[in-house]
Design a protein around this ligand. Structure first.
Ligand code: URA
Length: 274
């Protein structure tokens, strides 16, 4: 075997073991030689990008995010399929009893610029097995488009993979039961930036709530820059805060060193909020 397939195999094994650990299976017996071989092949941690110059807004930490090495799309898709299968078999909380379809999330699994994370599937998502395909999803599609991306270029997931009955907010223990799946997905996807949408997402990822206080302020999750912003469903109810959400998304584009879309010709103003 030449070195490349061996490296891919070992990386796959490491990911699998990490996933088992996330799922609570911590007793894997390995021969000392295997441990040594794994240690020798272990990927180097992602190096931090050089610190950017302080910006006009004083956000010295807002250095552009270096692209992650990114695994091959087929390997990422296979790893995600394994996680989705484990989520489909999960019985750790009561949500599995009433949902129709597990919704793992979808999109570009190979180091996309952005991973959007919402709360949990709604009725339409539960029916189709896809994240954000209902009314909130239509607005999210517009937000993604306004940023200059298509849905296929980024990844969309939720804190919980199963629909809570009557679209109620997931309980803390339900979020905790599902978080290992999301963490395993993040380890595979390696997004450059995470956008956490709404209170449930920030509670699940950062352990604190208060979207109006936390939105627009950079944070970190699993070593990845995280921007909290409003949930699209909230924006549908309160369109007056769309401008703030757009400000948050512009910060994301800046951090990714991507152009902020040009002023809208119709409004004549700054790139208009979707
Ligand atoms: N709301 C969410 O948080 N996620 C979805 O997938 C759909 C609606």
């Amino acid at each position: 075997m030449n070195n490349k397939p061996r490296q891919t195999l070992v990386e796959g094994l490491i990911d699998h073991l990490r996933f088992q650990r996330e799922c609570g299976d911590v007793t894997v017996e390995l021969e000392p030689e295997t441990v040594a071989a794994l240690a020798a092949c272990k990927k180097k941690p992602r190096t931090s990008p050089p610190a950017g110059k302080p910006r006009a807004d004083g956000s010295a930490t807002a250095a552009p995010v270096a692209p992650a090495p990114g695994r091959k799309p087929a390997a990422a898709a296979a790893a995600l399929a394994e996680i989705a299968a484990a989520a489909a078999a999960c019985r750790k909380c009561a949500l599995c009893r009433e949902r129709t379809t597990v919704v793992p999330g979808q999109g570009n699994a190979s180091s996309p610029d952005v991973l959007f994370i919402g709360e949990a599937p709604g009725a339409e998502e539960d029916r189709q097995g896809l994240a954000f395909v209902g009314r909130a999803g239509q607005l999210l599609t517009k937000m993604i488009g306004a940023m200059g991306y298509t849905r296929d270029e980024i990844f969309i997931a939720n804190i919980c993979k199963c629909r809570p009955p009557n679209n109620r907010q997931p309980a803390v223990d339900e979020m905790a039961a599902c978080l290992p799946f999301l963490k395993a997905q993040i380890a595979v996807i390696r997004p450059r930036v995470i956008v956490a949408m709404g209170n449930t997402a920030i509670l699940g990822l950062l352990g604190s709530s208060g979207i109006t206080r936390l939105r627009g302020i950079w944070s970190m999750f699993e070593g990845i820059p995280l921007m909290p912003t409003y949930h699209p469903a909230y924006l549908l109810r309160f369109p007056s805060v769309k401008r703030e959400a757009w400000d948050d998304l512009k910060k994301v584009l800046k951090r990714l060193d991507r152009p902020v879309p040009a002023p809208d010709a119709k409004t004549g103003g700054e790139g208009s909020a979707p």
